[in-house]
Design a protein around this ligand. Structure first.
Ligand SMILES: [Zn+2]
Ligand SMILES: [Zn+2]
Ligand SMILES: [Zn+2]
Length: 144
């Protein structure tokens, strides 16, 4: 059972309202677990933390949070998807990301990281809103 602090609860309630989603206990619960995690969280870890969710409810809750610019899929592998909270650049209308999804091959952790040099891609005649880059290697903790 996940118990949110009052402060945490207020923050997540505001976030849902800001992105035009109805505040429900299910959404708060899912967001609470994702936020608690310092890195991206896998679907199976999310499922383990939320005992009172059936598959459909969890799927729908995740879907609505993605649709409204609150969380995003950080990385998808064969049997696992990782989710992370969005920053304030995302809105209920669109996701705007320009960061890297880093998968550590040693601890298997997935994190959203900013590139040291801003990522700049341009294609003649196209406008780019969202860039998805996946990188693999050793994270800062495992490197040492
Ligand atoms: Zn986003
Ligand atoms: Zn690592
Ligand atoms: Zn990310």
């Amino acid at each position: 059972m996940n118990i949110l602090s009052m402060q945490e609860n207020n923050y997540l309630t505001e976030l849902l309202r800001d992105r035009k989603l109805k505040v429900t206990s299910k959404r708060l619960e899912v967001l609470g677990v994702i936020k608690e995690h310092s890195s991206a969280i896998s679907y199976s870890a999310l499922q383990t933390s939320l005992h009172d969710f059936d598959r459909v409810t969890l799927y729908r809750t995740i879907h609505s949070l993605i649709e409204n610019g609150i969380i995003h899929k950080a990385l998808t592998e064969e049997n696992e998807t990782f989710y992370a909270l969005c920053s304030t650049t995302c809105t209920s209308a669109s996701h705007i990301h320009k960061h890297i999804h880093f998968k550590c091959v040693e601890c298997n952790g997935v994190t959203c990281v900013e590139s040291v040099h801003p990522i700049q891609l341009s294609i003649v005649g196209y406008s780019i809103e969202n860039v998805e880059i996946e990188a693999r290697g050793s994270c800062a903790a495992c490197k040492n």
